[in-house]
Design a protein around this ligand. Structure first.
Ligand SMILES: Nc1ncnc2c1ncn2[C@@H]1O[C@H](COP(=O)(O)OP(=O)(O)OP(=O)(O)O)[C@@H](O)[C@H]1O
Length: 306
């Protein structure tokens, strides 16, 4: 059953159309990803869902509520993660949670919440003394303090090291397993693929696709990449002429051949005929990043991948 319904959402800043007719539904109990490059309109979309911005067009329902009209009631059902900078440096973790708990009629037990998030021994620690990963966990605790049905987590793992990022992913899964619907805004491909039940791909304000990670990948299924280092000079046109091959790229001494069908056999036959050995040979199947390129016409930039 859908807990969030967004229909034809439009949001414009001055003359810039940030969100341009976006529609999707989020089912109760799922982790729903919103994936796209910087400036795609992801944050604007979720801020409209949270009732923080007024849409210029379209309708939104969250658990049957209109986020603008029913803002007070929405706060008890939807928890949003705070940006790190929104807490004072010197506040103690326990004080922050106590304060936020006081905003709700029936808050969660924050000590229990801290224990669940692995922060039981940090209640008396000043916020500024926490590591990046611990600050993120505090922001998750604050999003959950009102016992929401939906938690919106925006760029949750940006700035975290790989271990802290993986720890945070397990937390998000625990939140979903406890029955909370999670909306996860991200520009990390690996995060979306690993965590999300379904993903909305947004690019330049428009919804490009909504599907499961496997469903998105199946759109480019059959595509493979063969990587190797030829042990002698090779005329790449010999590979480009093969019907199985759709592209050949040179990365330093390495060749990356993209194609379909029996690509490996076709490539190695050409090499054998020319008495060339393929050193460091690797075969890769298409993944979510290939699907993203197919859908948007470009890759997320290097620093945006995990
Ligand atoms: N308050 C604002 N005033 C004017 N323009 C804005 C404002 N907020 C966002 N924008 C613009 O709207 C577009 C969408 O921004 P938004 O923050 O929603 O994208 P995003 O996908 O969340 O990007 P990021 O990953 O960088 O946060 C961008 O071009 C951005 O510059």
């Amino acid at each position: 059953m859908a807990i969030i319904e967004v229909v034809d959402l439009v949001k414009t800043y001055d003359r810039k159309v940030a969100v341009d007719g976006v529609s999707f539904t989020v089912d109760e109990g799922e982790i729903f990803g919103i994936l796209g490059p910087n400036g795609a309109g992801k944050t604007t979309t979720v801020e409209c869902v949270e009732g923080l911005r007024t849409p210029d067009g379209g309708t939104i329902r969250v658990d049957g509520l209109d986020p603008r009209r029913d803002r007070a009631e929405l706060r008890t059902r939807l928890g949003a993660q705070l940006q790190q900078s929104e807490l004072p440096d010197r506040i103690r973790v326990g004080e922050a949670l106590d304060l936020y708990a006081s905003f709700y009629r029936d808050p969660a037990d924050w000590r229990e919440l801290l224990a669940r998030l692995g922060l039981a021994d940090r209640a008396k620690t000043e916020y500024r003394k926490l590591s990046g990963g611990q600050k993120q966990r505090v922001s998750i605790a604050l999003a959950l303090i009102g016992k929401p049905k939906v938690a919106v987590l925006d760029e949750l793992t940006t700035g975290l090291d790989p271990q802290a990022r993986r720890d945070t992913w397990s937390l998000v899964e625990q939140i979903r397993d406890a029955g909370v619907t999670v909306v996860l805004v991200t520009h990390f491909m690996e995060e979306a693929e690993r965590l999300c039940d379904r993903i909305a791909v947004i690019d330049a304000g428009k919804l490009v696709a909504v599907d499961t990670p496997a469903g998105l990948v199946s759109r480019v299924d059959g595509e493979q990449r063969v990587r190797f280092r030829p042990t002698a000079p090779l005329d790449v046109r010999l590979l480009e002429e093969l019907p199985e091959v759709s592209g050949v790229e040179k990365h330093g001494p390495q060749l990356v051949v993209t194609g379909t069908g029996n690509l490996l056999h076709a490539v190695t036959s050409v090499l054998a005929r020319n008495q060339i050995v393929a050193a460091d040979l690797r075969i890769e199947q298409a993944g979510l990043d290939d699907a993203f390129i197919r859908l948007t016409g470009r890759a997320l930039t290097e620093q945006q991948t995990c």
